[in-house]
Design a protein around this ligand. Sequence first.
Ligand SMILES: N[C@@H](CCC(=O)N[C@@H](CS)C(=O)NCC(=O)O)C(=O)O
Ligand SMILES: *[C@@H]1O[C@H](CO)[C@@H](O)[C@H](O)[C@H]1NC(C)=O
Length: 292
Amino acid sequence: MGWPDLNLSSSTQVTLCVATGCGVVMAGLLTLRQLKKWRMKGKKTERRKDVVYLHGFQRMKFTPSLSGPCLKVETWLRMAGVKYEFVDASKSGQRSKYGQLPFVELNGTEIADSNIIIQRLARQFNADLDADLSPEQQAVALTISRMVEEHTKWTMYQYYFVDRLDLFTQLVGLPGPRIIHWLIRNRVSKMMQTKLYHQGVGRHSKTEVYQLGNADIRALSALLGDKPFLMGTKPTTVDASVFGQLAQVVYTQLPSPHRQVIINSCDNLLDYCDRIKDQFYPDWELLCAEGH
Ligand SMILES: N[C@@H](CCC(=O)N[C@@H](CS)C(=O)NCC(=O)O)C(=O)O
Ligand SMILES: *[C@@H]1O[C@H](CO)[C@@H](O)[C@H](O)[C@H]1NC(C)=O
């Protein structure tokens, strides 16, 4: 289809073409999230001094958050006894400066990334859960967190977001018509497959991925042994981190190789999750009742 003959000079036609192209791209960029952000901008929410505002993904039916890092920070805040309020970022459309969740606001300052959040809050509230650990124990704790957050987690993603996409709707509890579920599901899966490929886990066969994940879970079980918490009798930051990830497979109640190995041969991890849930989430059911 050509341009209608309006006797325009060729440079005007080029300008029009570019302008139209820009318009289409701009319209594409007007995503739902941006619309949400604009809508929220006018509504200035009140923020109190010394209260941590935790921005995370929406509540879920089986767990307060489907995001490991979000649940980790929330668990840490409870372990450390720091006053906080949860802000549903799926309503506000907000993300951190890294484009992710969680992030917190404290006294008008934004802190992003679960590890940085915990480090900063521990200092500002004088609530370091790891103060009594020896340097060696601190190193072990850090190593465990890294394994779970940077490896085990990906083997779970491979299962839920790629291999068993049929479980997606139950997992994330989407509202609305099925065609929308289908579109979101496929988009999320495509994104996840790219991430998994670059991370490396996604290059293995399913069987290999589940073996990798289950080896991590057995290692966690062996490290925990009969202790109530990973580093001994008191909860420390690594427990928040591990709980953030394990709670997803333990409480979501969808089948998975990770869940299977926990139930079949890691009783101590089940008790461990229940211990943390019972001690720090007396309101677990209430939080999940808000969930989708
Ligand atoms: N290193 C970050 C990781 C946070 C992260 O992976 N967040 C994911 C959800 S679990 C996220 O926000 N993804 C949304 C996106 O990438 O758009 C942390 O520990 O806080
Ligand atoms: C937050 O701000 C208040 C008042 O400005 C100050 O007293 C308090 O120490 C700050 N809290 C933290 C944790 O930095």
